[in-house]
Design a protein around this ligand. Structure first.
Ligand SMILES: Cc1cc2nc3c(=O)[nH]c(=O)nc-3n(C[C@H](O)[C@H](O)[C@H](O)COP(=O)(O)O)c2cc1C
Length: 190
């Protein structure tokens, strides 16, 4: 059931990967999600982002990469630590990696390009909900791991903006603390 937009925007929450289950989006749904997410304000129309999908059929080789990186990161990690790092990639979830891909431009500063990429990220979450899914945006150490990023084909100037995990959930997550609006809104007195 589609909620009116105001209800949806007022109540959307991320759902933790461990609470996701059920069907993952199909590749065609992921493509639609990325298309919607790309409808984002972009000063100069320079597209400072790209996506990398982690398809189900390549997850076991991605898990091998993550396992190797985990063993490099922690000296002699416990089997539980290794399993914890691998678990998001073993679940039946859609996974999109959002890559910040800055453009050397005479007029558009890096900061604005970063803002655009962040807006694409927020749009991925909304687009996932539009197809009835829930989602979570995570970075973590894995996003900065040089060996994994090299295997993902990142160029020197690129950076991972996030891994987006998309799945189903039959639970409504409790809300988290939200900003006190009176602390973040002022009205200019002239
Ligand atoms: C760029 C970015 C990176 C994040 N990385 C992590 C992370 O590595 N680990 C984590 O626990 N939460 C991380 N979060 C926060 C989660 O996305 C969290 O689910 C979210 O803030 C919950 O808020 P919401 O329910 O309003 O979506 C990150 C958020 C952003 C925007």
């Amino acid at each position: 059931m589609q909620l009116p937009l105001e209800d949806y925007l007022s109540n959307r929450r991320s759902v933790k990967i461990m609470d996701m289950k059920g069907e993952a989006p199909s590749i065609s749904e992921l493509q639609k999600i990325m298309r919607i997410a790309s409808r984002t304000p972009d000063h100069g129309k320079i597209v400072p982002w790209r996506f990398c999908v982690l398809p189900q059929e390549n997850r076991s080789s991605f898990c091998s990469l993550v396992e190797k990186a985990t063993r490099n990161r922690y000296s002699d990690p416990s089997p539980e630590t290794v399993e914890k790092e691998l678990s998001p990639f073993k679940k039946n979830l859609g996974i999109i990696i959002l890559i910040f891909s800055p453009v050397d431009h005479f007029k558009i500063p890096l900061w604005e390009q970063q803002l655009t990429c962040g807006a694409v990220g927020m749009n991925i979450l909304h687009a996932a909900h539009a197809y009835g899914y829930v989602a979570q945006w995570l970075t973590g150490w894995i996003s900065d791991d040089q060996t994994i990023n090299a295997k993902l084909g990142l160029q020197e100037q690129e950076k991972i903006a996030g891994y987006f995990y998309i799945g189903n959930s039959d639970q409504k997550p409790e809300d988290r603390a939200r900003p006190n609006m009176s602390e973040i809104i002022t009205s200019w007195e002239g």
